[in-house]
Design a protein around this ligand. Structure first.
Ligand SMILES: Nc1nc2c(ncn2[C@@H]2O[C@H](COP(=O)(O)OP(=O)(O)OP(=O)(O)O)[C@@H](O)[C@H]2O)c(=O)[nH]1
Ligand SMILES: [Mg+2]
Length: 353
C-alpha cells in the first residue's frame, strides 16, 4: 500500500516523495551519483525504492545502499520521542530552522510512526507542522513508511538514514511516537536520544513507558511559553531528579533536563548545543564509536533474522501446511515444539532463497 503522500502526485509540497512509476527508471549509477551530489529528487526516489515492497526493487535498493555506505556515517543522528501532541514535529521544525538559518547546515527528518498505519493522519499533519522545513532546499523530510512491521520499518529507516548521510545531510532527526516499541528501535539507530515531555501531566498520563526515561540523553519539557513557563520549570526539576546525577562511567555523559518552546524558540539553541556537547564528550570517551559499532552488529543480526523469516514464510511447503499446524497446536493434537521442528525440517530439506 502506498502512503497518502505517495498517492497524491503533485500535491504541492516540495519535499513530497516523488512518483517513481511515472518517471524513467534510473540505473544504479544514476541513483548513486545523484545521491552523492545531494540531488533531493533522486534521494527521494531512492528512499521510495527502499520502501517498496516489490522483491524486484529490493535488489537494486540494496545495491544503492551498499554503494552509498562508504560515504555515510558522517553525521549526528538524533532520535526524538514523546507522546502524541508533545510537540515533536513542531520542535523539529524549530530545530531545523535554527540549523539551516543560524548554522547553515542541512537536516534530514525521518519518521517511524506506528500509529500512522492506523490513523493515516499524521503523515499530512507532519508536513503542516514543518512548513518551513518542507519548503527548504536544505532539508529532506520523509514521513513514516506506511507499511510493514516494526522491524521492517526500522530497517528501511536505517537505510534511508545512510542514503541521507551520503547525500550530505550531517544532521539526521528520527521522530517516533513514544508509546510503542518504536522508541527502542529508534534508540538503536541513533547517537543521541531526546525525550519530549509536557508539564502538568504525570508520567502515566503521558503514556511514557517505564524505561524510556532511562534511554534519554536529554529530556526536554516543551511548550514552556506563556502561562506555562513556571509549570514547565517545575516539570524540568522533577525530570532532572528522575535522571542520574553523575556522569555515567562508560559514556562520560550525565543526562539532562531542559525546558523549551517550539513556538517562541526558547531553549532551541541550548538544546542543540547539548546534542553537540554530547557528541564531543562521547567521542572523547570512545563511547560514540563504540555504540555505532554495536549498532551495526545488531543491524546485521536483525537483517539475518528478517531474511531467514521471510524465506521460511515464503517456502511453498511451509506456506501450505502452516495453518494446519496452527490448528493442531491450538487443538492440542501436537505440541508447539514438535510443530515448529517439523516445519523447520521441512524448510531446511529444501530451503528457499
Ligand atoms: N504552546 C505551545 N504549543 C505547541 C508547542 N509545540 C507544539 N505545540 C502544539 O502542540 C500540538 C502538537 O504538536 P506536534 O508538533 O504535532 O506534536 P507531535 O509530538 O509531533 O505529535 P504527533 O506527531 O501526533 O505525535 C500542536 O497543536 C502544536 O501547535 C510549543 O512549544 N508551545
Ligand atoms: Mg509529529
Amino acid at each position: 500500500m502506498k502512503s497518502a503522500m505517495q498517492e497524491r502526485p503533485g500535491c504541492g509540497v516540495p519535499n513530497a516523495p516523488h512518483v517513481a512509476w511515472r518517471r524513467k527508471p534510473l540505473s544504479r549509477d544514476e541513483y548513486v551519483s545523484g545521491i552523492l551530489r545531494g540531488d533531493r529528487t533522486v534521494l527521494a526516489r531512492a528512499v521510495t525504492l527502499i520502501e517498496s515492497g516489490l522483491p524486484t526493487d529490493r535488489g537494486l535498493a540494496e545495491q544503492i545502499v551498499e554503494d552509498c555506505l562508504p560515504h555515510s556515517g558522517n553525521s549526528i543522528r538524533v532520535g526524538i520521542t514523546g507522546v502524541p501532541g508533545a510537540g515533536k514535529s513542531s520542535l523539529i521544525e524549530a530545530l531545523g530552522k535554527y540549523l539551516i538559518k543560524e548554522l547553515n547546515q542541512k537536516i534530514a527528518v525521518l519518521a517511524i510512526d506506528p500509529s500512522s498505519q492506523l490513523s493515516g493522519g499524521s503523515i499530512l499533519g507532519d508536513k503542516t507542522r514543518m512548513t518551513t522545513l518542507a519548503a527548504s532546499e536544505m532539508a529532506f523530510i520523509r514521513p513514516s513508511p506506511s507499511r510493514g512491521l516494526a522491524g521492517g520499518v526500522a530497517q528501511r529507516t536505517r537505510e534511508a538514514m545512510l542514503l541521507c548521510e551520503a547525500a550530505g545531510y550531517g544532521n539526521i532527526l528520527v521522530e517516533t511516537v513514544g508509546v510503542g516499541q518504536s522508541e527502542t528501535a529508534v534508540h538503536e539507530m541513533v547517537d543521541f536520544f531526546l525525550l519530549i515531555t509536557l508539564a502538568g501531566a504525570g508520567d502515566d498520563l503521558q503514556g511514557i513507558k517505564r524505561g524510556v526515561m532511562e534511554l534519554a540523553d536529554l529530556v526536554a519539557v516543551n511548550k514552556a511559553d506563556g502561562s506555562n513557563i513556571e509549570a514547565a520549570e517545575r516539570a524540568r526539576a522533577e525530570a532532572q531528579n528522575a535522571l542520574h546525577y553523575f556522569p555515567d562511567a562508560e559514556t562520560g555523559w550525565t543526562p539532562r533536563a531542559m525546558t523549551c518552546s517550539a513556538f517562541t524558540g526558547r531553549g532551541i539553541r541550548e538544546l542543540w548545543n547539548c546534542v553537540l556537547e554530547y557528541a564531543s564528550t562521547t567521542r572523547e570517551s570512545g563511547w560514540f564509536g563504540h555504540v555505532r559499532r554495536e549498532q551495526q552488529k545488531r543491524w546485521m543480526h536483525e537483517m539475518i533474522e528478517q531474511a531467514l523469516r521471510q524465506r521460511f514464510d515464503s517456502h511453498p511447503g511451509v506456506r501450505h501446511s502452516l495453518k494446519a499446524f496452527e490448528h493442531d497446536v491450538a487443538a492440542g493434537r501436537t505440541t508447539s515444539f514438535r510443530a515448529a521442528r517439523t516445519l523447520l525440517e521441512m524448510y531446511s530439506r529444501n530451503p528457499v532463497d
